[in-house]
Design a protein around this ligand. Structure first.
Ligand code: NDP
Length: 300
């Protein structure tokens, strides 16, 4: 293996430390405590784990954590009434509704109910628009985490070519906007793109956000390029025993790490950065509502 490993776990710990420092300063100098409210609908076990982790890490950095568990059959009206209450609660600076939600609820409508200033997931259409037009926005946490790792590794991204594979509103599109904001020359690839392999091979940076296990191999990577693997895929791992599974990314690590200059692994790459950036966004939301400058190095 030749590539440097971009260690998301260690980097996320640094981001959390920075957030904790800013939170302490906010408390001491301005008497303000950032607060994050997480709303969980139903009892999806994976979502319960995420929400628990978010709550724990929120408290660890000194913020207030508010958790709301609603039954799977909650009506849209009751859910929206809770969001409205959180929108007007001055102790709450960030609101996140854990997705997926049960089928009778619309994720799009839920996001639209959240005050854009408290939309720490960065999914509100106003934040997407602000991001696209170069204004101060809340950027979605996962691509923001990727951007921070790339900035940390490269210093300036200006003039580099980047291919983002995937065009979802959650990852691919905001990732491309963030890279453009940092003056990369960006191409977005998706399921209809012709010859993605050649496109990727031309890029200084490849961000893979596809959801297809190990789709991108070393042959797709330009020697020395930087590879950020957003994908989280569970595949069977018979070598670990019957019925066992293991996590892999959208990039085949074994072949890509021989060619790339730097690569983020799965697990331990982008994953840990997502909650760290959620905390960073909550801090930013709190600073903005109090007319204070954005915390340095923690925003797009
Ligand atoms: P989506 O399913 O919403 O989007 C996948 C994108 O990949 C689509 O734009 C799709 O194209 C494109 N795509 C699918 N198949 C191909 C293909 N064969 N060739 C090229 N492009 C293809 O997924 P998300 O963006 O939400 O997530 C992507 C991955 O990132 C998943 O593995 C997910 O688990 C992971 N993830 C990880 C997070 C983390 O914290 N680390 C957070 C969020 C996601 P088209 O639009 O044409 O259909």
């Amino acid at each position: 293996m030749n590539a440097s490993i971009i260690d998301g776990k260690a980097f996320a710990a640094k981001v959390r430390n920075k957030v904790a420092h800013h939170v302490a300063v906010l408390k001491k100098e301005h008497g303000v405590i950032p607060g994050l409210a997480v709303v969980l609908v139903g009892e999806d076990p994976a979502s319960e784990v995420y929400v628990r982790n978010k709550g724990r890490q929120t408290k660890e950095v000194g913020m207030r954590s508010f958790e709301y568990k609603l039954p799977a059959d909650v009506s849209e009206a009751d859910l929206f009434a809770l969001i409205e209450k959180l929108n007007s609660d001055p102790k709450v600076h960030g609101i996140l509704c854990q997705f997926p939600v049960p089928g009778h609820l619309s994720e799009e409508k839920i996001v639209a109910q959240i005050d854009p200033a408290k939309d720490v997931d960065g999914l509100h259409i106003l934040n997407a628009g602000r991001l696209a037009s170069g204004q101060a926005a809340m950027a979605p946490c996962t691509p923001l985490g990727c951007l921070m790792m790339l900035r940390d590794f490269h210093g300036s991204l200006s003039g580099l070519t980047a291919v983002v594979v995937g065009r979802s509103n959650l990852v691919g599109k905001p990732m491309a906007q963030l890279l453009l904001r940092d003056s990369c020359t960006v191409t977005i690839a998706h399921s209809r793109t012709k010859d993605i392999e050649a496109l990727c091979r031309s890029a200084d940076i490849v961000v893979a956000a596809v959801g297809r296990p190990e789709m991108i191999t070393g042959e797709w990577i330009k020697p020395g390029a930087t590879v950020i693997d957003v994908g989280i895929n569970r595949i069977p791992a018979p070598e670990r025993g019957e019925g066992k599974m293991r996590l892999v990314g959208d990039v085949e690590f074994s072949s890509a790490s021989i060619v790339a200059g730097a690569i983020s692994p799965v697990p331990g790459g982008v994953g840990p950065m997502t909650i760290a950036c959620l905390l960073a966004n909550t801090l930013t939301a709190c600073a903005r509502v109090n007319n204070l400058p954005d915390p340095e190095g923690l925003t797009a």
